[in-house]
Design a protein around this ligand. Structure first.
Ligand code: UDP
Length: 425
């Protein structure tokens, strides 16, 4: 009985569906994290249920990923895409649906891992109603986000309060980088229990394709200097800085530079608007001939793009972790990234890539040029990047660290329950 309980876990990600296409508006690192952690935990023997909300009427209620791992969609507001800033009002419905699901199944999850502040609220409410261990990962902190935007949304006050309450009450908050851990302490609360466990990547999926084979597959010539961006279209991702850096590159006109800006977008939505804005800057700077927008890069092509690139650029204004950097490193591609947040943890300057101040197009241009003009050094940076990912950032190692944390917390709570019989009743 205890064995069964011990191995059942709910990963809750109200806004980030682990079973949908990644790379479109608001579907990025969090979705990948939940999905990969879920898959890996299932392989370790856990019974994993990943909960999210319906965002389209065509979606299945349950997606079975493997014998022990499934995505379960609950109703929370209309079955359509709703931006994160507008989801809070539907969380009570999500909570009721979750409880109903438990009741129908005839069990309660002894442990949940919540993702992003919206799900942390669900977790904290559940915890008031049943014996439960809550582990939480923020993925993004309001305290940092709101410092960098001018139009702070109405929900900000609620979000900051929930983030503080969660840090102070959750059984464990998982920081994905030492930088995020420090920011949580300074900006969210001096209290609360934290543990640093990074994000990971699939080291079998990335890094298995040779550069020449990837280029042949994508139709990229061997003399092309390929600069790659992968990610969502969002102003805070700093794509504009990258485009302006390419315009300033000393290699322009001397070498065959190709800028590839990969990521999905939907016309009229905020990512579509940002994509159009970037395309206009590309045109204004006369870069149309050397820039391509291949759209969303799905599982079948993404490893080829990383493997084909001479450098992958992550120009974000802030990243709590930044999966793209380690995916590129796993693919033996050097990274030029903003010197912020988790990128300071993953990218080792002069060893696996280069770090430069965010929004500084001149510094980005210089760093990109340094790598493009020294292919042997670029190759060396790529090899070391691969080693770093193998050692520190494989999903298997990340999931086994999470599994150890869950097991420890479950063992501790069993002791507490044994000492306090009234909790068992
Ligand atoms: N991604 C993808 N296809 C795309 C664009 C992005 O699969 O066209 C994935 C990318 O590989 C990474 C994730 O989306 O796994 C983005 O995560 P990251 O942490 O870099 O940024 P976030 O989206 O969380 O801000």
């Amino acid at each position: 009985m205890f064995q069964n309980k011990k191995h059942r876990i709910a990963l809750i990600s109200v806004d980030g569906d682990p079973a949908i296409e990644i790379g479109k508006e608001e579907a990025g690192g969090q979705n990948v994290y939940v999905r990969q952690v879920g898959y890996a935990l299932a392989q370790l023997g856990w019974q994993v249920d990943m909960f999210t909300r319906y965002s389209s009427p065509e979606q299945d209620a349950i997606v079975q990923h493997s014998q022990n791992c499934r995505t379960i969609r609950l109703k929370a507001g209309p079955s359509e895409f709703i931006g994160r800033d507008h989801l809070f009002d539907y969380l009570s419905e999500f909570l009721r649906e979750f409880q109903q699901f438990q009741q129908n199944q005839g069990f309660q999850y002894p442990i949940i891992h919540t993702n992003y502040w919206l799900s942390s609220w669900v977790g904290m409410e559940l915890r008031k109603q049943q014996p439960l261990i809550q582990v939480h990962t923020y993925h993004s902190l309001g305290a940092i986000k709101y410092r960098s935007i001018s139009n702070v949304p109405v929900i900000a006050i609620q979000r900051l309060a929930v983030e503080k309450a969660c840090l102070e009450t959750a059984d464990r908050v998982v920081a994905t980088s030492p930088q995020e851990q420090k920011h949580m302490r300074i900006l969210v609360s001096p209290n609360g229990r934290m543990e640093m466990i990074p994000c990971g990547t699939d080291i079998d999926r990335f890094g298995k394709i040779a550069k020449f084979a990837a280029r042949e597959h994508l139709g990229i010539t061997s003399d092309t200097k390929m600069v790659l961006y992968v990610g969502r279209f969002d102003q805070r991702k700093g794509i504009e800085t990258l485009v302006r850096a390419i315009a300033k590159s000393e290699l322009r006109g001397k070498a065959n530079i190709q800028l590839v800006i990969g990521g999905g977008s939907r016309p009229g939505q905020s990512d579509g608007i940002e994509r159009d804005r970037i395309a206009n800057i590309v045109a204004e700077l006369g870069l149309k001939d050397c820039t391509i927008f291949p759209g969303r890069l799905d599982d079948t092509v993404l490893p080829y793009y990383y493997a084909a690139a001479d450098v992958c650029v992550v120009p974000s204004h802030y990243e709590p972790f930044g999966l793209v950097a380690i995916e590129a490193m796993a693919s033996r591609t050097p990274v030029v990234a903003s010197n912020v947040g988790g990128l300071q943890f993953t990218v080792v300057p002069e060893v696996t890539g280069l770090l430069v101040p965010p929004k500084d197009e001149v510094a980005f241009a210089a760093a990109i040029d340094r790598i493009l003009t020294n292919p042997d050094w670029g190759k060396q940076l790529g090899e070391t990047g691969r080693q770093r990912v193998e050692i520190a950032f494989s999903w298997d190692s990340v999931a086994s660290r999470l599994a150890q944390l869950y097991t420890r917390l479950l063992a501790q709570s069993t002791l507490v329950i044994e000492n306090k019989p009234q909790l068992v009743a």
